[in-house]
Write a protein that binds this ligand. Structure first.
Ligand SMILES: CC(C)(COP(=O)(O)OP(=O)(O)OC[C@H]1O[C@@H](n2cnc3c(N)ncnc32)[C@H](O)[C@@H]1OP(=O)(O)O)[C@@H](O)C(=O)NCCC(=O)NCCS
Length: 134
């Protein structure tokens, strides 16, 4: 995962693709007034699911959320962008790294707010694991 350094503007890992972009709405707030972490995790799961679909070429399900770290609070009105990349491909499973970046105005003011690793399994009709196509 990319981290800010002294001279460069922070940005998603170069291998990441934008998988999902949405707007943080007032209905998604916690008791503190900032965006609820559970909502953010569900956006991350959706984003990883979109990438999983491209990799597994069919149905897949989340089997595990290995890590999720919330780095900064998210404000109502922020554009929320989920960037994904494949970390590991198994026989039927794929580990997907998800980075969440937010912006209040333009693409230039993006801040990394969360990161996590989601594991998806390709499934066949009966819900049983199937091999991921080459
Ligand atoms: C996903 C599911 C089909 C896997 O079935 P299973 O019988 O455990 O499958 P297997 O033991 O053969 O494992 C299949 C793959 O998943 C991986 N896997 C299983 N459990 C895992 C876990 N907890 N963490 C990471 N990977 C896991 C295995 O390593 C294997 O990977 P590989 O084929 O690349 O080597 C089954 O657990 C399931 O249906 N779970 C519910 C999924 C769901 O509904 N998700 C939505 C959340 S509400």
């Amino acid at each position: 995962m990319s981290e800010p350094n002294n001279n460069m503007v922070a940005q998603p890992h170069p291998d990441c693709e934008l998988a999902l972009q949405t707007l943080a709405m007032p209905k998604d707030t916690s008791a503190n007034g900032d965006i609820f972490g559970g909502w953010l995790v569900s956006q991350m799961d959706l984003a990883a699911g979109i990438m999983s679909k491209q990799i597994t070429l069919g149905r897949s399900v989340t089997v595990a959320i290995e890590t999720v770290t919330f780095l900064k609070p998210v404000s109502v009105g922020a554009t929320v962008s989920c960037y994904c990349r494949v970390l590991k491909r198994g026989r039927s499973s794929v580990h997907i790294d998800v980075e969440v970046w937010t912006s209040m105005r333009t693409i230039g003011d993006i801040v990394k707010v969360a990161a996590g690793v989601f594991v998806f399994v390709a499934i066949a009709e009966q819900g049983k694991p199937r091999p991921i196509p080459e």
